[in-house]
Design a protein around this ligand. Structure first.
Ligand code: RNT
Ligand code: ZN
Length: 411
C-alpha cells in the first residue's frame, strides 16, 4: 500500500474523500501577482515605490525587463500547482515606441501580456496603479482637492477598465480589476469627510464608464494605514465596504490591512452573506502590513477553511499579494502560492460537517479534541499526491537554486 492509499483510508474513516479534495483543488484558480518578481517597480516610469507600501531587501537577480519578468513568471508557475491567473498592475505596461501617461494607457500597451497569457491558457486580472508616480501629489490621487490631479487619476481608472475588458475579451476569461488607492495623511487631518467624498465621486465617475459586468468584475480594496500615512486612510474598511455595496461592485479584503488582532478569516462569512462575490488579497503581515511571503500558517489555514466550509470556492476571487525582496523571488512566489493551495487542501480534509454538528449541539469539548486530532492526520501524503498528479513534488528548492545560478546570477 502506498502512503497515499494509507492516508486515503485514514481520511475515509473520518468520512473525508481525499479524491474529491484533490479533484476540487485542481480546478481552483489562484490569481498570482506579477509584482513579486521585481519588487513592485513595473516598467512605465523610474519613480521609486511610493504609496505607503515598502519592499525591503535587495536579493540579487530581480527582473528589470518584461522579458526577464516573463521568464521568471514561467519558472515560478512551472513549480506551482493548480490553475493560475496572472495579476498585472497598470505600471507593467510595455511601450514599444512612445511611452503613454497613465491617463492614456491603452490595450495595445498590454498586447505582449495578452500574447503571453493566451499561449499559457491563462486569464489576466488587473490593477490600476495609483502610486509610484509624479501625479500622486501630497500623497493623494482620487481624493485630491486639486482637480488636475483628481482628473488625471479618474482618466487612469477609466483607461484601466477598458484594458480589463480587453483582457477578458482576448483571453475569454473574466477579468477582476482591483482599485486600491494609497491616499491618506501622516498626521491628524482637519477634515476627514471631504477626501472621502471626493474619492466617492471619483469612483462614481470611473464606474460611469460602460463595461460588460459579465466580463469585468470591479473590486475595491480597503486599508487601515500606510507607512508615512499613519493617521488617516481615505479608503478605510467602512468606506470601501459601504461603497462596494452601494455601487454594486465587489469588496476586496487584504489580510494585511487590518489591526494585527483583527482576522480576515472572521470577516469572510459576514461579507458572504451580503455579497454575491468577494475578493481576497492573501498576504502575511508580520506586526504590520509587511507583505511577507505566505506560509502554511494558522490564519492562512483559517481563511481557506472559511472559503471551503461555506461552499464559496466559486464566490471568492483568491489572489496573492506580497513582496519580499530579501530572498530569491521565484522561491517567494512558489512558497507563497503553494501555501494557499496547501491551506485549501487542508480545509477540504477536515470533517467539516461533523464539526459543525458538534458546534450546534454544544459539544465544544469534542469539537476541540477532533480539531486537534486532525492536525496530525497524514495531510502531507495527500499533498504529495496532489503535486504528483501534476508532475510536481514537495522539494522545489534545488530547481530554483539551479535557475538562480544559471539565470538570475547573470543579470
Ligand atoms: C497595498 C495593497 C495593494 C498593493 C498592490 C501592489 O497595501 O495591498 O493591493 O499591495 O496593489
Ligand atoms: Zn493588497
Amino acid at each position: 500500500m502506498t502512503r497515499y492509499e494509507s492516508a486515503k483510508e485514514i481520511y475515509a474513516s473520518y468520512g473525508i474523500d481525499t479524491e474529491n479534495a484533490i479533484n476540487t483543488l485542481q480546478n481552483v484558480t489562484v490569481s498570482i501577482h506579477c509584482w513579486q518578481g521585481d519588487d513592485v517597480i513595473g516598467f512605465d516610469n523610474k519613480a521609486a515605490l511610493s504609496g505607503g507600501i515598502q519592499t525591503t531587501g535587495n536579493y540579487p537577480g530581480k527582473a528589470t525587463t518584461p522579458e526577464e519578468l516573463m521568464a521568471d513568471i514561467d519558472k515560478a508557475f512551472s513549480l506551482i500547482p493548480g490553475r493560475k491567473k496572472l495579476n498585472l498592475h497598470a505600471s507593467y505596461a510595455i511601450f514599444d515606441g512612445e511611452p503613454a501617461g497613465r491617463d492614456e494607457i491603452k490595450p495595445e500597451h498590454f498586447a505582449k501580456w495578452v500574447e503571453f497569457a493566451k499561449a499559457r491558457n491563462m486569464g489576466i486580472d488587473f490593477n490600476p496603479t495609483f502610486f509610484s508616480h509624479p501625479m500622486v501629489r501630497d500623497n493623494l490621487t482620487l481624493s485630491s482637492p486639486d482637480d488636475e490631479v483628481r482628473n488625471y487619476w479618474i482618466k487612469h481608472g477609466k483607461a484601466c477598465i477598458k484594458i480589463a475588458e480587453y483582457f477578458a475579451n482576448e483571453t475569454g476569461i473574466p477579468c477582476v480589476i482591483n482599485f486600491w488607492i494609497p491616499d491618506g495623511y501622516k498626521d491628524i487631518p482637519a477634515d476627514r469627510l471631504s477626501p472621502r467624498r471626493r474619492f466617492k465621486e471619483s469612483m462614481d465617475e470611473i464606474l460611469s464608464e460602460p463595461y460588460d459586468k459579465s466580463k469585468v468584475y470591479v473590486t475595491l480594496e480597503s486599508k487601515v494605514f500606510g507607512i508615512g500615512l499613519e493617521s488617516y486612510t481615505v479608503g478605510s474598511a467602512e468606506f470601501c465596504l459601504s461603497y462596494a455595496t452601494k455601487a454594486g461592485i465587489t469588496p476586496l479584503m487584504d489580510n494585511g490591512h487590518y489591526h494585527p488582532t483583527e482576522l480576515v478569516s472572521d470577516k469572510i462569512s459576514s461579507l458572504l452573506l451580503f455579497n454575491e462575490k468577494i475578493a481576497l488579497h492573501i498576504t502575511r503581515g508580520v506586526r504590520w502590513d509587511s507583505d511577507h511571503v505566505i506560509i502554511f500558517d494558522d490564519e492562512t489555514k483559517e481563511i481557506a477553511k472559511e472559503i471551503v466550509r461555506n461552499n464559496a470556492l466559486d464566490r471568492v476571487f483568491i489572489a496573492t499579494d506580497y513582496f519580499d525582496a530579501s530572498i530569491n523571488r521565484i522561491s517567494a512566489w512558489v512558497t507563497g502560492v503553494r501555501s494557499v493551495h496547501k491551506a485549501l487542501l487542508n480545509a477540504m480534509l477536515q470533517p467539516n460537517a461533523k464539526m459543525k454538528e458538534l458546534q450546534d449541539s454544544a459539544k465544544f469539548t469534542e469539537l476541540m479534541a477532533v480539531s486537534e486530532e486532525m492536525k496530525t492526520a497524514p495531510f502531507g501524503d495527500v499533498w504529495n499526491e496532489y503535486l504528483d498528479r501534476q508532475g510536481l513534488n514537495n522539494s522545489y528548492f534545488a530547481e530554483i537554486d539551479k535557475y538562480e545560478k544559471e539565470v538570475l546570477s547573470k543579470r
